[in-house]
Design a protein around this ligand. Structure first.
Ligand code: PLP
Length: 390
């Protein structure tokens, strides 16, 4: 019904993953595989492009007003997909989730405050913390049998009293893990015990591989709503990240007021095309997302099986996202050598593990949100690049 195998030529379209690859990796988009920036090589559902087309045909592009349908589409999606009732007036619309992280940092913390991250984790968190003159407090995850676990006891012992906020990634990028309701509750309880604000980034929460189940933090920890900001977006799952539209869902009225104050100070308003795309996606995209998740799960299986043939290389268990986190530590190679082989032999642009913080050494993140034929091609290039290990 949906053709995720279709090859769409994105060269020359200002798509960062394709058109910035040469500048950043020195690899030509004519023959290299871009597996770095986290967007996909698929068109969004037809209704999304229809909404953009209708706006272009109507042809005026002034400031966006009356967000009733847009907010209703978000509430409807959360109810249908996550069994979660979201009151429209608890939703704040940001210029994406990273912008939402920045607003949280400025709304709820001061320069010099410590912010807890479970590493390895999405690199923009640390970048935003540093850019806002706050301090990163790392809590390294423990890898057991290809699956990450939290270590809250060690984290508790490491606290200095300066920590004011935790940014939690659920499902986890880059580990691909879905946290259980018990783990989510433990995280929220930890924040209560140590008086931390909890920012839960759930941008990947619609990319759930069939057979797995995700629980939104507000449902797992209803007792902690007075310290919770949940960030979400349609951008990852519908591949509309260029629409720069994300949401901060803040059930607590006092927390919401502080967020809105920081938001007003940033001077931003709604992105017209972003809002139109999100409304169309959330209103009609259920079947498309189901089909996408099944396709991505198969991509993950093909990729994991292919790289498992390389001695010392294995992928962490992937239950969510299209970001495959691959452990090269068993090869005994340095990060430099791994990257060198990826660039020169495989001609693949992927994300370097150490940028995700402690625990990222010896790892590479591959974006597998692409056509199956490109996954097969990536596997064969990687097998060749490390063929001397066979
Ligand atoms: C966990 C996480 N949060 C946020 C983002 C980016 O969000 P946005 O483009 O809405 O700023 C990403 C992109 O990869 C991500 O993985």
């Amino acid at each position: 019904m949906y053709d995720f195998d279709e090859h769409i030529d994105q060269r020359g379209t200002h798509n960062s993953k394709w058109d910035d690859m040469e500048k950043i990796y020195g690899l030509s988009p004519d023959d290299a595989l871009p597996m770095w920036v986290a967007d996909m090589d698929f068109r969004p559902p037809q209704a999304v492009n229809d909404a953009v087309r209708e706006a272009a045909i109507q042809g005026t592009h002034g400031y966006f007003g009356d967000d009733t349908d847009y907010l209703a589409s978000i509430s409807g999606w959360m109810q249908r997909r996550h069994n979660w009732t979201v009151a429209p007036d608890t939703i704040a619309t940001t210029h994406g989730v990273v912008a939402g992280v920045g607003l949280c940092l400025r709304a709820y913390t001061e320069p010099g405050d410590g912010i807890i991250l479970f590493t390895p984790v999405y690199h923009a968190f640390a970048r935003m913390i540093h850019a806002n003159d706050r301090l990163v407090h790392e809590s390294p995850l423990t890898l057991r049998d290809g699956r990450y676990d939290l270590d809250l006891d060690t984290l508790a012992a490491s606290l200095t009293g300066n920590e004011k906020m935790m940014i939690f990634c659920s499902p986890h990028n880059p580990g691909g893990r879905i946290w259980s309701p018990d783990e989510l509750r433990a995280v929220a309880e930890f924040c209560r015990a140590h008086d931390l604000l909890l920012v839960c980034d759930e941008i990947h929460h619609d990319i759930i591989h069939p057979g797995h189940r995700h629980t939104p933090m507000p449902l797992a920890a209803p007792d902690c709503l007075d310290r919770l900001v949940m960030l979400s977006a349609a951008s990852k799952v519908f591949n509309i990240a260029g629409g720069l539209t994300g949401n901060a869902i803040i059930p607590d009225q006092k927390l919401r007021a502080r967020f809105n104050h920081a938001h007003r100070a940033s001077g931003t308003s709604l992105n017209r095309l972003g809002v139109l795309m999100v409304t169309a996606a959330y209103s009609t995209g259920d079947d498309w997302v189901d089909a996408l998740c099944a396709y991505l799960q198969e991509n993950a299986a093909v990729f994991a099986a292919g790289i498992a043939d390389i001695p010392g290389v294995r992928m962490t268990q992937m239950e969510s996202t299209y970001l495959s986190w691959v452990d090269f530590t068993g090869t005994g190679m340095s990060q430099e050598e791994i990257n060198d082989r990826l660039l020169k032999r495989a001609r693949i642009a992927a994300s370097d593990g150490p940028v995700f913080g402690t625990g990222g050494e010896g790892f590479i993140r591959f974006n597998i949100g692409t056509n199956r034929s490109r996954i097969n091609e990536a596997v064969s290039r990687l097998q060749d690049a490390f063929s001397d290990l066979q």
